[in-house]
Each structure stands twice: as structure tokens, then as C-alpha cells.
Design a protein around this ligand. Structure first.
Ligand SMILES: [Zn+2]
Length: 342
């Protein structure tokens, strides 16, 4: 590691509250279970890694892991015997057998230091896997630290999440996003500015956007499709609009997901606007105002927008489950139009 690079928790830019709580947790002996939540790209996996490394470090201080001791070196090399990450199979799920095996392994004492750390992507655990974990979470060996990540705690069984110390990652400021891009070697100021402007406080998105010159076009298409939802003719919706979405899906990567994110953002901003606030400084605000005044013509506008949010979450889940794309797209468009149509 170069001298100029930040060490320990400083590698997680911003997130002062989350970092303060993780530092506090470092001082506490005994078993622990921390749940880090935040949307995709918010840095929860990075936070989990830095925390795990600091828990295992031989000489941690108030900034986290020392980055030089034997434990830190083994951690960086991915060969630390007291650290285990549960990872998914090719179906995107952590096999329950792996959970059971990891738990059985936890009952042997740590081999290097005085802790064993197990890190789990909670989004990849199905109910069975979570239940397999439950017994260990209830009565963990005193030297075990569990670290779990998930987009939201709602993705986990109440019996699991009720046992966790919850730490939420929040949106970054523009300055923090800029610093993150710089840390990742993005030297071009214009590139950074463009990514920051569209990233909505999310570092993962900012990093994707830097590499994505086609993003402004995707965004404009997303906005056009979205803002015409309230007045769209059914036939056009199901042919032309569904066709555009299908093409983004077929373009691969996460093009369609990026488009859905733009919609989600507009719905959030619309809800803020309805509550009487100005969502943020944006050149898109004029179109959003028109949209909001359309939506407000109907009863229960806020409730309708909330149902649109749910529809988008379900859409993402359904697309991830490899169902029929055409059905998912048509279903989502119809749901959104039903809620927003004037
Ligand atoms: Zn260390």
C-alpha cells in the first residue's frame, strides 16, 4: 500500500456515524452480530471488510486495522484462517449446506488471534439459510463476530434482524463522491462532475457512470418514458415503451436496472415535492413539477407513488429471478400506468 492511501476506516469516505459505531464495536469483547444496510453501491461490503479486518488485526487503533501486521497481510491476501465469507453459488444463493458447515467450523477456537469473523451477504440467504444461522446467532461462541450486509433489513427474517446491531449507510455528499472517484483514480474533473451529478449520492453508481459514456442518453430515455406514463395510450405503452425497455434488457449488463433506478429517483423526488419541499437542484425539476401536478389530480397521490415504488422493487426482483421478461415488463408498465394515469 502506498503512503498516500488512507488506512483502515478512512478508506470508507464519509459515513462518519457508521464508522464511529464500528470503531466503538471494536473495543467490545465477546460475540457480536452487526447488520450493515444500504442500497447497492453504497459501500456496505467495503465497510464490512474494513470492520472484519480491524476485528482480526493484531494492533488495531481508533482508525481501524493497522494494515501491516501478519493478520492484516493474511486478510489482504484472502488467506486468513479465522475469516470466512459465505458466498453464493451460480444461482445467486448461499447454499444452506455451506451455512451449516461454516457454523460447525465456528466451534473450533480461533487459530491466529482471539476472534473468528464470518461475513455474510444477507441478500443471498434464503429463509432456510437464515434459519440454519439462527441458532448460532442466538448462542454464539464468545469469540465469534458475525457481519451481515443487506440492502434493507426487511429482506431478513424478523428473528434474524432482531438480533443484530444495525448500522445504516447513508447517501454521500457531492464532495465525498468526488473524493471517492479521485481515490479510484478518476483524474478528469469533467468526468467526475458528470458522474457525481447523476449518481444520487451513491458511490457504486458514480463509479459505473464514469465508465459509461452512454449514460446521459439512457437517462434521457428513462425520463421521457417516465414522464409520459400519466398520459400514455395503452397500446403505445405495451408496444413502443415495452419495446424500448426490452432493448435495454437485451443490451445486457445492468442497462435496464440503471433505467429503473432513474424512475425510482423520480418517484422519490415526486414524493418530496408533494410534501412541499424542493427535492434538489435539478434541471429536470420542471418536468417533474408537471408530472407531480398531474399525479396530484388523483386521490391518494402519495399512496399511488408508494405503490409505484413497490412495483419497481418487484420488477427488479422478478427480472433477477429469470422469469419471462416480456411478462414482467408489461406487468410493471401496466401497474405504473394504473397508478399514475390521468
Ligand atoms: Zn493489523
Amino acid at each position: 500500500m502506498k503512503k498516500s492511501e488512507p488506512r483502515g476506516f478512512a478508506r470508507l469516505i464519509g459515513q462518519d456515524e457508521a464508522k464511529a459505531r464500528l470503531k466503538e464495536a471494536l473495543e467490545k469483547p465477546g460475540a457480536s452480530f452487526h447488520l450493515l444496510t444500504g442500497p447497492a453501491g453504497s459501500g456496505k461490503r467495503l465497510a464490512a471488510k474494513l470492520f472484519a479486518k480491524a476485528l482480526l488485526c493484531e494492533r488495531p487503533d481508533s482508525d481501524g486495522a493497522c494494515d501491516v501486521c501478519r493478520s492484516c497481510q493474511l486478510f489482504d491476501a484472502g488467506t486468513h484462517v479465522d475469516y470466512r465469507e459465505l458466498v453464493s453459488d451460480n444461482k445467486g444463493l448461499i447454499p444452506t449446506a455451506d451455512v451449516r458447515e461454516a457454523i460447525a467450523d465456528l466451534h473450533t477456537a480461533p487459530r491466529l488471534g482471539d476472534r473468528q469473523v464470518i461475513s455474510i451477504d444477507g441478500e443471498q440467504l434464503n429463509e432456510q439459510g437464515q434459519n440454519a444461522l439462527l441458532k448460532s446467532l442466538e448462542t454464539p461462541p464468545s469469540f465469534v463476530a458475525f457481519i451481515m450486509t443487506a440492502a434493507s433489513e426487511q429482506m431478513l427474517l424478523p428473528t434474524v434482524r432482531s438480533r443484530a446491531v444495525k448500522i445504516r449507510l447513508t447517501n454521500r455528499t457531492s464532495e465525498e463522491l468526488d473524493a471517492i472517484l479521485l481515490l479510484h483514480g478518476v483524474r478528469d474533473v469533467t468526468e467526475r462532475e458528470r458522474a457525481v451529478a447523476y449518481a444520487d449520492g451513491n458511490p457504486g453508481r458514480a463509479l459505473t457512470l464514469v465508465a459509461d459514456e452512454a449514460y446521459p442518453e439512457l437517462r434521457e430515455t428513462a425520463l421521457q418514458l417516465f414522464f409520459r406514463l400519466p398520459t400514455r395510450r395503452l397500446a403505445d405503452l405495451l408496444t413502443e415503451d415495452a419495446g424500448i425497455l426490452k432493448r435495454y434488457k437485451d443490451a445486457g449488463g445492468s442497462r435496464l436496472f440503471a433505467l429503473i433506478e432513474v424512475w425510482g429517483e423520480q418517484i422519490r423526488d415526486a414524493l418530496v415535492m408533494i410534501s412541499g419541499k424542493d427535492p434538489r437542484d435539478s434541471t429536470e425539476n420542471e418536468r417533474l413539477s408537471h408530472f407531480v401536478s398531474d399525479v396530484l389530480k388523483r386521490e391518494d397521490a402519495a399512496l399511488r407513488l408508494a405503490r409505484c415504488q413497490t412495483a419497481l422493487i418487484e420488477m427488479k426482483r422478478a427480472l433477477g429471478a429469470h422469469g419471462s421478461v416480456d411478462t414482467v415488463l408489461a406487468h410493471t408498465l401496466l401497474t405504473l400506468r394504473k397508478e399514475l394515469h390521468v
